[in-house]
Design a protein around this ligand. Structure first.
Ligand SMILES: C[S@@+](CC[C@H](N)C(=O)[O-])C[C@H]1O[C@@H](n2cnc3c(N)ncnc32)[C@H](O)[C@@H]1O
Length: 231
């Protein structure tokens, strides 16, 4: 299997970004509400930040990812696999599954929702944490009024599903954009019922560090969704 991910760039420049601890992982834990007696699948676990955070609850966490270098940093059981396929896992093996900043890297999100639905038991949970599609839409970005510094948001091509290519270390990553409605309908089509949806702008610590972010408090950057599988 070949990887399409620059693990060294991720470990050196992104994995320690404070917004992970401050915003991404707390959103995951808020939505997943992990229980010590439960088994979870971390889909696209990378170097295991989500596994460590969920594992602190006492839950059992199994991770999978394509990148062998990142997997080498994870603690706990992991498997190397190319998503969206999860055919190597039996039906109903987990009480819950989650993805953190992974779905936007996959060209076939419907297949991922279907496979996650198969490997989670009836009554189980799926949590999606992603960059908000309004934030990552091709051509989206802040617009700053040079007169008074007011920040507004350019939507870019939000309503059109599509891709953009972003530099990431020594690789160019293809990011898959889907409007929010497309994501929710795809999940529902594969059997997931919406239980909660959270949109968050930059958190207080990030706004304090960066004046441009301070002016974007009401512009969504992170999306978190909790889905349930029917009992
Ligand atoms: C932005 S990182 C997030 C990693 C981890 N979830 C975290 O929050 O730290 C995206 C991850 O998706 C993995 N990935 C991307 N495409 C993949 C694919 N087709 N199959 C398996 N993993 C993939 C990458 O290797 C990388 O670890």
């Amino acid at each position: 299997m070949t990887t399409d991910w620059d693990a060294h760039w991720w470990l050196a420049e992104v994995a320690n970004d404070p917004t992970y601890e401050e915003e991404v992982l707390p959103l995951l834990i808020d939505l997943l509400e992990p229980r010590p007696e439960h088994r979870y699948l971390d889909i696209g676990c990378g170097e295991g930040q989500g596994m460590r955070a969920v594992g602190e609850s006492g839950a059992t966490v199994f991770g999978c990812d394509l990148d062998a270098v990142l997997l080498g940093h994870a603690t706990g059981p992991v498997a190397r696999a190319r998503l969206p396929e999860l055919a190597w896992l039996i039906d109903g093996a987990f009480d819950g599954a989650y993805l953190v900043l992974v779905l936007e890297h996959l060209s076939n999100h419907r297949r991922l929702f279907a496979e996650a639905h198969r490997v989670v038991r009836p009554g189980g949970v799926l949590v999606l944490v992603a960059n908000h599609p309004a934030f990552t839409a091709p051509g989206a970005g802040p617009l700053i009024d040079p007169g008074d510094g007011e920040v507004s948001w350019r939507w870019g091509r939000y309503l059109e599903p599509g891709t953009s290519v972003e530099p990431a270390g020594s690789f160019n990553l293809t990011m898959h954009h889907r409007p929010l409605g497309e994501l929710l309908v795809a999940a529902a089509t594969e059997g997931w019922a919406l239980a909660d949806l959270v949109e968050r702008g930059p958190g207080p610590a990030a706004r304090q560090r960066d004046p441009l972010l301070a002016a974007q408090a009401n512009i969504p950057r992170l999306l978190g969704v909790r889905f349930h599988k029917a009992p």
